[in-house]
Design a protein around this ligand. Structure first.
Ligand code: SF4
Length: 366
């Protein structure tokens, strides 16, 4: 069995660790690129959301490298994610790509439902080995998320442009390469050291923006046209509302790991505006926007794929939230035709507006 999976930000680091610990051969698809997108757009349905197209491109590229099995998450509820796997499988079959699919549906009641699926992949490996593999992969996800958080804080304050990104890549490589718990502990310390070495100016005035929206476009930089990096370069400290480890903990492990935060707080904050589940992270988008607004963030950015139903619902409510709290917001809808230069122009105008508003507010209060 040569297993592959979709790219979604740095997800491959933890999945690779998990499968390799289980002794399963892994084919990591090449990072998302224009080729990935054009393969997915060519063979995927025109109005499918962007993640379906990019994932389809990932699977085709992984198949070219010798993968024979796809492992991906499934979904339920009022959004198309629940039938991604079936559609992708049918398309790949028509294209002659012989890939079997193992879909990890979010467990409805017990984590054992998920473990049974994982056992299918693990074959004769013991349950102890499976639990160790899950723990190891999850540990890497948490470390990667921590590095991402540090990078978001340091990018707008770095003294040498590009130094955060260079350190970020080095730190991630260290975590990725660690093949045992001991090596991972050493890699964690080294990664922290590397990130701490980035020269930053904490006295610099930065704008604080909360980024909300659909999980894939939040986590996969290629799909959001490197939004976080552009914002950091414009002197913006980004707070991203979703991280991989938090999502895995909530949706696959039923919140088993404590202290990871969850969508619960976001959902309860959304109640005055949206009181029920609309699929995906639509309700969390509203709740997190409320939380950012309450916490005094300068602005909110919503990002989601073209035709994403849950986020379209959230988009229609977001103006009310922002009006009530007097906070500015900007929405980016991503598809294969969205241009990076156009997005940067809008970001420049938005951050300029936020900076002026912040200056005026400070002048009034002094
Ligand atoms: S949340 Fe949006 S982008 Fe994701 S699968 Fe559902 S409709 Fe598509």
């Amino acid at each position: 069995m040569r297993v592959t999976f979709p790219h979604m930000g740095n997800l491959h680091i933890s999945l690779k660790a998990m499968f390799q610990t289980l002794g399963v051969e892994v084919v990591v698809p090449p990072p998302c690129s224009k080729r990935t997108l054009s393969l997915g757009s060519k063979h995927g349905p025109e109005f499918a959301c962007l993640p379906l197209k990019l994932n389809l491109g990932n699977f085709i590229e992984a198949y070219e490298l010798g993968a024979d099995t796809v492992v991906m998450a499934g979904g339920c509820g009022p959004c198309r994610f629940g039938y991604y796997a079936q559609i992708q499988q049918a398309i790949l079959k028509d294209l002659g790509c012989a890939l079997q699919f193992i879909v990890l549906e979010p467990p409805q009641r017990q984590i054992t439902e998920l473990l049974v699926k994982i056992k299918q992949l693990a074959g004769s490996r013991s349950w102890w080995k499976i639990i160790q593999a899950l723990r190891f992969g999850y540990r890497k996800a948490r470390l990667v998320d921590e590095i991402e958080r540090v990078a978001l804080r340091s990018r707008p304050r770095e003294k040498i442009p590009g130094s955060t990104d260079a350190a970020y890549r080095q730190a991630l490589d260290l975590i990725d390469c660690a093949s045992s718990w001991e090596k991972l502990t050493a890699a964690q310390e080294k990664a922290k050291e590397i990130m701490d070495k980035v020269a930053v100016d904490f006295s610099r005035q930065v704008i604080k923006v909360g980024v909300v929206g659909e999980i894939y476009t939040l986590l996969e930089p290629f799909s959001n046209l490197y939004l976080e990096r552009h914002l950091g370069g414009l002197g913006v400290e980004v707070h991203r509302s979703i991280y991989l480890s938090g999502w895995v903990n909530e949706h696959l492990f039923h919140g088993l790991a404590k202290g990871m935060g969850s969508g619960k707080e976001a959902r309860s904050a959304s109640y005055p505006y949206l009181r029920h589940f609309v699929g995906g992270h639509g309700q969390e988008t509203i709740g997190n926007a409320v939380r950012y607004a309450r916490s005094g963030y300068d602005g909110i950015i919503q990002v989601f794929p073209f035709t994403c139903m849950p986020e379209i619902v959230a988009e229609s409510i977001l103006p009310d939230v922002c009006k009530d709290f007097g906070v500015h917001y900007l929405t980016f809808i991503m598809d294969e035709n969205t241009g990076e230069a156009g997005m940067v122009t809008r970001l420049e105008a938005f951050t300029d507006l936020l900076a002026r508003k912040k200056e005026a507010k400070e002048a009034l209060s002094s």
